[in-house]
Design a protein around this ligand. Structure first.
Ligand code: PPE
Length: 305
């Protein structure tokens, strides 16, 4: 699944050709993982291309940078305009947007302060994250032998590149063993999240998701689904989730900008419910896509480019 390359990438205020979007091998980020980033989708709607919850993503990017003492040399407005411009410049109707803030080239050594803070924005067409049939059929997952990071080690609510080394361990183990994705427990053994998704569990009509204290990213899709579900009349609870609920739940699904709302068909080869997409998951998906693709947007979550 190689890139569907676009034409231009925005780097520090200018557009460069996709193939020329390069940095020096001794950039701080290459050696020490010194980056924070975002993942955002823009959808084709009846009224044109729109970016989903752009200010919320931009805010999270700036907060991630703040945690790592990186001063972004652009304003939020400038970056939001650059994201829109990148979509127009590449003439994309729908795409994924990847803003990246990183420490560049100056000197090596752990101390990052001498290295300049750089910013890039790439956009490209990205299909269904967990496979073309995942949204309808669901995915088979395993509980990872790897835990999510402990509190006060790697900050989980910062979307930092380095956190994704943990995600890669979870993902590689899952793939190697024939699963599509892994679910990590937190350091105390409670359900945390997927390698790149938040998780929801439905039991007797009540919708549960782990609290932010369970080493999860404060997902923007997670937040959107909680809002939508409450509006649809469901009882939505942030609650510690014991591992075994994954096996006995009626429905389990992932959320994420890339994964959208993806049902989970089985966990550790135990079928979730009937082993098919559950009815509440389907209703939430329908509502979500009615907003992002249908353009029926009561919350003003769509930002037209
Ligand atoms: N947890 C993790 C660890 C995570 O990476 C994501 C997004 C989420 C939860 C969901 O957050 P949100 O997108 O705000 O709803 N993962 C991004 C990167 C995936 C990748 O492979 O790269 C994404 O979905 O864009």
């Amino acid at each position: 699944m190689a890139f569907k390359e676009a034409d231009y990438i925005w780097m520090d205020g200018e557009f460069v050709a996709w193939k020329d979007a390069k940095i020096h091998i001794l950039s701080h980020v290459v050696h020490y993982g010194t980056s924070v980033f975002e993942g955002i989708r823009a959808y084709k709607t009846p009224k044109g291309t729109a970016i989903f919850r752009l200010p919320e993503h931009t805010k999270r990017l700036f907060n991630s940078a703040k945690i790592y003492r990186m001063e972004i040399p652009f304003t939020k407005d400038e970056l939001e305009n650059a994201m829109k411009e990148a979509i127009r410049k590449n003439e994309l109707e729908s795409c994924y947007i990847r803003p990246l803030v990183y420490r560049g080239y100056d000197t090596l050594g752990v101390n990052p302060f001498p290295c300049p803070v750089k910013v890039s924005i790439a956009v490209w067409e990205w299909g269904k994250y967990l496979g073309p049939e995942a949204l309808e059929k669901g995915v088979d997952v395993k509980v990872s032998t790897w835990n999510r990071m402990a509190p006060n080690t790697f900050p989980a609510t910062a979307k930092a590149g380095a956190n994704y080394m943990n995600s890669q361990l979870i993902k590689m183990e899952a793939i190697t063993e024939g699963y599509t994705e892994g679910i990590a427990l937190d350091i105390n053994g409670w359900v945390s999240e997927g390698s790149g998704e938040n998780i929801f569990v439905i039991i007797d009509g009540i919708i549960y998701t782990p609290p932010l204290g369970a080493s999860v990213l404060a997902g923007i899709t997670r937040d959107s689904v909680m809002i939508i579900a409450k509006e649809m009349g469901y009882d939505v609870r942030e609650s510690l989730i014991p591992r075994e609920f994954l096996y006995t739940a009626d429905e389990v699904f992932f959320t994420g900008s890339a994964a959208e709302i993806t049902p989970i068909a089985s966990v550790d080869k135990i079928a979730v419910g009937t082993g098919k997409r559950g009815p509440i998951t389907e209703k939430l998906q329908k509502k979500f896509f009615d907003i992002v693709e249908g353009g029926n947007d009561p919350h003003n979550w769509l930002h037209y480019v």
